[in-house]
Ligand binder design. Structure first.
Ligand code: CP
Ligand code: NVA
Length: 309
């Protein structure tokens, strides 16, 4: 189902809701919006978008609220506990109410299935701003950053080191669609779920990309063009810090994994320096990492225009 004039899907729940042309289209328009940040038209004038969240956020909230304001739309920030989503009121009825009042909903929640259920019922676009399974908006910003840095996405060898959950799953799926060559390196037992790896394999076949590679061997990072990491304990996980430090100790981005700082590094942030990345390597890549954070704004503005116009 599509509700926009760009032939984009109604919702963005997974990065795999977009095809390779649509990802390119989002990134190209994002570059134009970035160049004309204060002069482009107010594409979303008069619309009101909700931002519903049950987890902390800095980049996601700022980039969406600022982006909507720059596009001429209003935004309303709602904390999930304020409305008792799924408790005070069912997902179904909340979806029906927001369909009458809002032009779109950006949601950060725990269970991906609940967000998918809302999207199925709601008549308005639902944008996943992070669930336990995916973080598609992050990957659009990451790809914009890779494109600016290397001038292309195709055949760039990107290597994620860390936990095989939301960010790395979306990276693996997005790479299979957009033609990056993606390796996910995790400690044993932290690999992305088989269903997501199978999906990425199917997508890679369909779009003629390299098959995703999943390994516990940190040396697989040696041949990467760019590395990527994320926190070892994600929001909502009850893993103890001691346990995470033990599990992930050999999976840190440091001098050795970056070939003495030669390989550039991305980080979705927030960062725990001294854990998934050393302070030295983080600071060496700070310009790239904070460009990546800024690119949340430009890529999401572009996405919003595609989904809401
Ligand atoms: N990368 C990211 O989503 O940051 P926030 O959790 O601060 O929004
Ligand atoms: N994997 C992290 C990403 C934060 C942007 C989390 O879910 O907390």
């Amino acid at each position: 189902m599509s509700t926009n004039s760009h032939n984009f899907p109604k919702d963005l729940l997974s990065i795999s809701d977009l095809n390779s042309e649509q990802i390119e289209e989002v990134l190209d328009a994002a570059l134009t919006l970035k160049k004309n940040r204060h002069t482009h038209p107010k594409h979303l004038f008069g619309k009101t978008i909700g931002i519903l969240t049950s987890k902390p956020s800095l980049r996601t909230r700022l980039s969406f609220e600022i982006g909507l304001a720059e596009l001429g739309a209003n935004s309303i920030f709602i904390k999930e506990e304020e409305i008792g989503l799924g408790q005070r009121e069912s997902y179904e009825d909340v979806s029906r109410v927001i369909s009458r009042l809002l032009s779109g909903l950006i949601i950060r929640s725990h269970k991906h299935e609940n967000v998918a259920q809302m999207a199925q019922i709601a008549k308005i676009p639902i944008i996943n701003a992070l669930t336990n399974l995916e973080h598609p908006c992050q990957i659009l910003a990451d790809f914009l950053t890779v494109k600016e840095y290397f001038g292309q996405l195709k055949d760039i060898k990107i290597c994620f080191i860390g936990d095989g959950n939301n960010v790395s799953i979306s990276l693996m799926l997005g790479s299979a669609i957009a033609g990056l060559n993606c390796t996910v390196i995790t400690p044993p037992g932290h690999e992305p779920p088989k269903s997501s790896v199978d999906k990425a394999t199917q997508l890679a076949k369909h779009f003629g990309s390299q098959m995703p590679s999943i390994t516990n061997d940190i040396q697989a990072a040696d041949s990467a063009n760019i590395l990527y990491t994320d926190v070892w304990i994600s929001m909502g996980q009850d893993t103890s810090k001691d346990k995470a430090l033990r599990t992930f100790e050999n999976y840190q981005i440091n001098n050795q994994t970056t070939r003495n700082g030669e390989i550039p590094v991305l980080h979705c942030l927030p960062a725990h320096k001294g854990e998934e990345i050393t302070e030295e390597i983080f600071e060496k890549n700070a310009d790239l990492i904070f460009t990546q954070a800024e690119n949340r704004l430009h890529s999401q503005k572009s996405l919003l225009v595609k989904l809401l116009c």
